[in-house]
Design a protein around this ligand. Structure first.
Ligand code: F6P
Length: 323
């Protein structure tokens, strides 16, 4: 391998910059040239590709977002788009890829690498923590900390006004952020897609809280929850349970920003380093993951198989008892 290109694709996540830096510096260390592709697959198609040096990744570790920018690219799903992308890689002398992103990124990488026989290693970068083969994805820890900080602040005002807050958090089809943030902020209830909570059961929980003289309550609603988001849940609850003054907060994209936590910085470094070493060993179409604190590779096909998200029953039971 003479030249490795790195790119970020899909939703940005804190820790991506640490990973880009690790890819660039590891590849240079082992004698490869490195290119950065801007805006993920879109940049591959548009030939938005730039040479990377040690210096081009200086002072980026602490930055949220991704210096390479990112995009969700529909053109790459077409044969014409892929062909253009491949032609541009050849034009730039690129013979291997490190792709940082979520399952959409991996699906594209798997197909592309299969068709054009170009080695690719993927790094799980998404706040959702929804990828099989890694205990943690890049950005999840920071996003969860950001959510907790926001909920703590909402708790102050909820308590002062004796209010019930429904707080919607991101996570797409996964409730990982909701569950962890709910535990760490002492939320009274957590609604998430892995567990169907009926509104009637939620009301029972809130009634018990009111009977115990809880003056405020926080309900975390994962965006993927089957009851249809925080506004819907709040509306349905209010129809029969009107004990509290009720408010809704959608935390939205602030969850994706901010300086990465130490965990995400170190994870980004470890994954970027491991991704380049894997390419140089001749590995391809694999995802780098962290399992039991060890870096492990998983076949992209396996990572992309529709694994059912396992509800962490023990955590949920604990959250219910401790709230
Ligand atoms: O996958 C990360 C994520 O932030 C999800 O939690 C959320 O559903 C989605 O991306 C939002 O995507 P966009 O920024 O394109 O609206």
């Amino acid at each position: 391998i003479k030249k490795i290109a790195v790119f970020t694709s899909g939703g940005d996540a804190p820790g991506m910059n640490a990973c880009i830096r690790a890819v660039v510096r590891t590849a240079l260390h082992f004698g490869c040239e490195v290119a950065g592709i801007k805006q993920g697959y879109q940049g591959m198609i548009d030939n938005n590709i730039t040479e990377m040096s040690r210096h081009s990744v200086s002072n980026i570790m602490q930055l949220g977002g991704t210096i390479l920018k990112t995009a969700r690219c529909l053109d790459f799903r077409t044969p014409e788009g892929m062909q253009k992308a491949y032609d541009n890689l050849k034009l730039n002398g690129i013979d291997a890829l490190v792709a940082i992103g979520g399952d959409g990124t991996f699906t594209g990488a798997e197909r592309f690498s299969g068709i054009y026989n170009i080695p690719v290693i993927c790094v799980p970068g998404t706040i959702d923590n929804d990828l099989y083969g890694s205990d943690f994805t890049l950005g999840f820890d920071t996003a969860t900390n950001t959510v907790i900080e926001a909920i703590d602040k909402i708790r102050d005002t909820a308590e002062s006004h004796d209010r019930l807050f429904f707080i919607e958090v991101m996570g797409r089809d996964a409730g990982c952020i909701a569950l962890r943030a709910g535990i760490a902020s002492g939320a009274e209830a957590i609604m998430m897609p892995e567990k169907d909570t009926a509104i009637i059961d939620l009301i029972k929980t809130l009634e018990e809280g009111a009977a115990q003289k809880k003056s405020s309550s926080i309900v975390i609603v994962a965006e993927g929850d089957k009851n249809g988001g925080a506004f819907n849940v709040a509306k349905k609850v209010k129809e029969t349970f009107d004990f509290y003054d009720t408010k809704v907060t959608i935390l939205g994209h602030l969850q994706r920003g901010g300086s990465p936590s130490s965990f995400d910085r170190i994870l980004g470094c470890r994954m970027g380093f491991a991704a380049v070493k894997a390419l140089l060993r001749g590995e391809t179409r694999k995802m780098v993951g962290l399992r039991s604190n060890e870096i492990k590779l998983t076949d992209l096909k396996e990572a992309l198989t529709d694994h059912e998200f396992k509800l962490e029953e023990d955590l949920l039971e604990m959250a219910t008892i401790l709230a």
